[in-house]
Write a protein that binds this ligand. Structure first.
Ligand code: NDP
Length: 289
């Protein structure tokens, strides 16, 4: 018999998760603040709980997928969590996850915090490559892993409950920079007679080609050697910044998305680091060790 799963929160993500467990034959208890969203899953076999307390009491791993950390606290206020394993898939900050872990421990529960790297249509579709980071109680994660790996891949990142959010938000931060870069690139070309779909292919190919920078940066930060085997040094890249700014101006496009980053590169150069590998030293300007 497959283990029971309790899902609290049936928004777009919670519903996708619950549906996947139901389809895989797990007994699933559901609760949602607005009852209609829970009742919608009854025809698929879900056991609908009237309250969060009732849902938690139904047994099995308790998965929360709510709007924010505050809604997790609000939904579970006063609920008996003793002896339960709580897996919180609500997006939050590392500090929120650590506080929530302490909060759960005080109430006698084991706690795992997750960060989902997927959108709802990727849930339950292994070939889509969606997964979640998990941090917190290793024992609870291992007990729940067979269940958790049904809707999404699992990547356990350590006992620190804050790590799942940290990895999640670090990836999203990099994505934010990349999306800003994509916007800038399209802004530069759109006023000209450039076929946008063809351009998109070139852009995607270039971003993938440059993604090896992640590994190179990690190596340099780990060894502390920013200057050996350099192929694109900071001095050369800063000279390029001027061309990026000037081209933006020629095209009547602002460079405000790029300026703060280029300013940091220029500060690092001014400190005498022109021979370093590209912008690795910017990490030091952002966060000293
Ligand atoms: P939705 O807006 O679709 O659903 C939000 C859920 O939170 C609903 O169940 C809602 O209940 C509930 N809720 C909101 N406030 C409260 C409260 N104060 N008390 C109790 N319940 C509350 O969001 P998603 O399902 O898309 O997202 C859920 C979590 O998953 C978020 O943390 C999000 O960051 C994360 N996530 C979502 C992704 C996505 O693409 N959708 C991707 C990766 C992570 P009600 O129905 O009563 O309003």
């Amino acid at each position: 018999d497959k283990p029971r799963v309790t899902v609290l929160g049936l928004g777009a993500m919670g519903t996708a998760l619950a549906r996947t467990w139901l389809a895989a034959g797990h007994p699933v208890t559901v609760w949602n603040r607005t009852a209609a969203r829970a009742e919608a899953l009854a025809p698929e076999g879900a056991d609908v709980a009237a309250t969060a307390a009732e849902a938690v009491a139904a047994g099995g791993v308790v998965v929360t997928c709510l709007w924010d950390d505050a809604s997790v606290g609000a939904s579970l206020a006063g609920v008996d969590l003793r002896g339960r394993d709580l897996v919180d898939l609500t997006t939050g900050t590392p500090a929120q996850a650590r506080e929530r872990a302490a909060w759960a421990r005080e109430r006698g529960a084991r706690f795992v915090s997750g960060g989902i790297m997927a959108v709802p249509p990727m849930v339950g579709v292994p070939e889509a490559g969606g997964y979640a980071f998990y941090g917190g109680s290793r024992a609870a994660f291992e007990a729940a892993e067979a269940v958790l790996s049904v809707p999404l891949g699992t990547r356990y990142v350590g006992e620190d409950a804050g790590f799942a959010a940290l990895y999640d938000v670090a990836l999203l931060s990099a994505m934010t920079g990349m999306l800003g870069g994509i916007a800038q690139a399209f802004a530069l070309v759109r006023r000209e007679d450039v076929p946008l779909e063809d351009f998109a292919g070139l852009l995607a190919e270039w971003l993938v080609a440059m993604s090896g920078n992640a590994t190179a940066t990690a190596e340099r930060l780990t060894t502390g050697d920013y200057t050996s085997g350099v192929v694109s040094n900071l001095a050369m890249m800063v000279a390029g910044n001027a061309t990026l700014r000037r081209t933006a101006e020629e095209q009547g496009v602002g460079s405000s998305l790029l300026d703060p980053y280029m300013d940091l590169m220029e500060r690092r150069l001014a400190q005498g680091h022109g021979d370093e590998d590209g912008p690795t030293g910017v990490v030091d300007l952002l966060a000293a060790r």
